[in-house]
Ligand binder design. Structure first.
Ligand code: UD1
Length: 419
């Protein structure tokens, strides 16, 4: 196990570049299966989750060559339609190959990705949509198999705008016969990125970014190789902005699309943080006073659940009481106990955390229970008095590329220690 030793107290200052989006790269890499061609994807972040997706594609028979942040994925030789349990367990998002495999081969078998730290995360909406398109889904002994002689376009209404279900169904529909309409679709910027990539390979998808996405099925022979650049990571960029704010620093984050970050920026402004947004950068100009604000996580364009733990760290030092309500995942307050160890005054009541701002946090012996909770604890530690030992930082590596190196370049003091 690896841990971080963090000495807090320094204001972060300087410029930091956000990488390509993890949550856009994962479905785009999975979509490479569809066209049985050589695709070139730029700005792929070199993260643990991306490495797992690369292993999944390689396991299936694709050839993946990585040159820095450019991935060349040749899916012409995929033979297998089954993914090992070991790979599925390494990352939940491996389930994103379900739609593209079903679309291209008419069958796929994966082991159930199971629950995770932040909630049970069922796949019923993915299955219902695929069944509406004519697939037969069987769940047995922890395995899911999906099979379809022929996928047919369907009118699908999602009970809730699931990101993964929307992506899987978009991919499954590319080679289906006829038109698929996904209603109450997720509207995250990552949907638009996936649509753009699919269209570059010859698919006919429109409406991504709104709640209705229409996919007109095409023939295999219509699909061709594609070149694509992944959009910037709005969650990584947001984490850096909060790191600047919590340390009272001045940080410019480059390679961002400020519009994608508006739900976060609006709340940060409301909290009294000075923000300057340009065309492709956002700058936080430190503020010594942070005001309490209420936050409710919602699907995009609501406040992102993936920024909730980091904002809780920040608001634990605000003037006044903030109420943070988590509506997307049922178990996403694991960081509360850890923040309390640092002296934060937080009480959980059902879906809400009541955060009474304190004057200071103090370093402690902590555990990163999941990716964003881990990031939140790094931020809290940067602002704390005394040192922190943060265990199990492998979770943080799933979504941030050498976070300690990036923050040390801005003046932080973080050392990675291997057991
Ligand atoms: C994606 C993101 C994750 C983010 C989340 C919500 C990736 C790789 N991950 O996860 O970082 O936190 O969106 O923005 O992009 N649900 C069902 N049935 C389903 C599917 C989902 O009930 O079939 C529920 C989930 O349990 C959860 C909610 O819907 O409560 C949202 O989940 P979903 O949008 O599917 O998240 P993911 O795609 O797993």
């Amino acid at each position: 196990m690896q841990k971080f030793l963090i000495v807090g107290g320094n204001r972060l200052k300087g410029t930091i570049r956000a990488s390509g989006s993890k949550n856009a790269a994962l479905p785009v890499l999975a979509a490479c299966i569809l066209n049985a061609s050589k695709n070139t994807i730029h700005e792929v972040p070199r993260l643990k989750d991306v490495a797992v997706m690369k292993d999944v594609l390689t396991y299936l028979g694709a050839k993946v060559v990585c040159e820095g942040s450019t991935f060349i994925v040749d899916s012409s030789n995929i033979q297998s339609v089954e993914i090992s349990e070991d790979l599925m367990r390494r990352m939940r998002a491996s389930n994103l190959v379900l739609g593209s495999m079903l679309g291209r081969f008419g069958r796929v078998k994966i082991s159930y990705p199971g629950g995770c730290q932040i909630g049970s995360r069922p796949m019923n909406l993915h299955f219902k949509g695929m069944q509406a398109m004519g697939a037969v889904i069987k769940e047995k002994y922890g395995y899911i198999s999906a099979q379809a002689e022929k996928l047919t376009g369907a009118d699908i209404h999602l009970d809730l705008p699931s990101v993964g279900a929307t992506e899987n169904l978009m991919m499954a529909a590319v080679l289906a016969c006829g038109i698929t309409t996904i209603r109450n679709a997720a509207k995250e910027p990552e949907m638009v990125d996936l649509q753009n990539f699919l269209n570059k390979m010859g698919a006919r998808v429109k409406g991504a970014g709104t709640d209705t996405i229409k996919i007109e099925g095409v023939r295999r022979s219509d699909l061709k190789p594609a070149v694509h650049t992944i959009i910037p990571d709005r969650i990584e960029a947001g984490t850096h902005l909060v790191a600047a704010a919590i340390t009272g620093g001045e940080v410019t984050v480059t390679n961002v699309i400020p519009e994608h970050m508006e739900p976060l920026l609006a709340k940060m402004r409301e909290a009294g943080i000075r923000i300057l947004a340009g065309d492709d950068f956002v700058r936080v100009q430190g503020s010594d006073r942070i005001r309490a604000v209420d936050i409710k996580t919602m699907p995009y364009p609501g406040f992102p659940t993936d920024m909730q733990p980091q904002m809780m760290a920040l608001l634990s030092l605000a003037e006044g009481t903030s109420i943070i309500t988590e509506t997307v995942f049922e178990n996403r307050f694991k960081h509360v106990g850890e923040l309390r160890r640092m002296g934060a005054d937080i009480k959980v009541e059902g879906q809400s955390a009541i955060v009474k701002g304190v004057k200071k946090l103090s370093g402690a012996y902590l555990e990163a229970t999941d990716l964003r909770a881990g990031a939140a604890l790094v931020l809290a530690s940067l602002a704390a008095e005394n040192g922190t030992i943060l265990e199990d930082v492998a979770h943080i590596d799933r979504g941030y590329e050498r976070l300690e190196t990036k923050y040390n370049a801005l003046g932080a003091r973080i050392v990675r220690v291997h057991d």
